[in-house]
Design a protein around this ligand. Structure first.
Ligand SMILES: C[S@@+](CC[C@H](N)C(=O)[O-])C[C@H]1O[C@@H](n2cnc3c(N)ncnc32)[C@H](O)[C@@H]1O
Length: 198
């Protein structure tokens, strides 16, 4: 079973920044490494599910012509919208993946600290939709805390083992530290080589 969306809604009701994304050096450094690991300088159209309060979104915005960010928690979406206000090529929407996966196709899909919340069916759904919405040569970047946590269905290491086994994902970068693993992949056999993004 995937983590209950209400869990995240309640987390943002208790604290505006439950993971201390704004203040922790660990988080700020991880965002910088995530940006540095992206192989392309610029992306046309990108999708970032689980965008939280929009800090990684704000950094990604500088590298993308169009960026769609989504989160299931209303408190996260409200803050991300404030963070990105005035940035016309970024749209922040409320929705839960995989079921709210957007129409369109992407050059970049960002899966940062989100896949370990999914049970088997939802995780497969997210991977299927990533493949189906990726343009030829698209980048998928995945970054995850490696250890067990109460609200995580699996560890980040398990998530990345699954990604590494996907035959349509060709790994282009792997960076492992004690606490997190970061990988980039090129999408082979893209599901949607044509089409406009969001
Ligand atoms: C740990 S935060 C990750 C934030 C950001 N991606 C980063 O790496 O800094 C996880 C976020 O994913 C959101 N989330 C969890 N499950 C989700 C789902 N199924 N669909 C959309 N958002 C989800 C939560 O509300 C939360 O804001």
């Amino acid at each position: 079973m995937s983590a209950d969306p209400d869990l995240f809604t309640r987390m943002y009701e208790r604290s505006p920044d439950p993971w201390h994304f704004r203040s922790r050096w660990y988080e700020r450094r991880k965002r910088a490494l995530t940006l540095a690991a992206l192989p392309e300088e610029r992306y046309g159209s990108a999708f970032e599910p689980g965008c939280s309060i929009g800090l990684l979104t704000r950094d990604l915005a500088d590298r993308c012509s169009r960026l769609l960010a989504m989160d299931s928690a209303p408190g996260a979406v409200a803050q991300a919208r404030r963070e990105l206000s005035g940035v016309g090529h970024v749209r922040v929407v409320r929705g839960r993946v995989p079921e709210s996966w957007p129409e369109g196709s992407f050059d970049l899909v960002v899966l940062s600290e989100v896949l370990y919340y999914f049970g088997d069916t939802d995780l497969q759904g997210v991977l299927d939709r990533t493949l189906a919405s990726s343009r030829r040569g698209a980048t998928v970047i995945a970054v995850h805390w490696r250890h067990a946590a109460d609200e995580h269905v699996r560890t980040g290491d398990d998530v990345h083992r699954i990604l590494d086994e996907a035959p349509w994902l060709a790994r282009t970068c792997r960076h492992v530290e004690d606490d997190f693993v970061l990988e980039t992949f090129a999408v082979e056999q893209p599901g949607a080589a044509r089409g406009e993004g969001p």
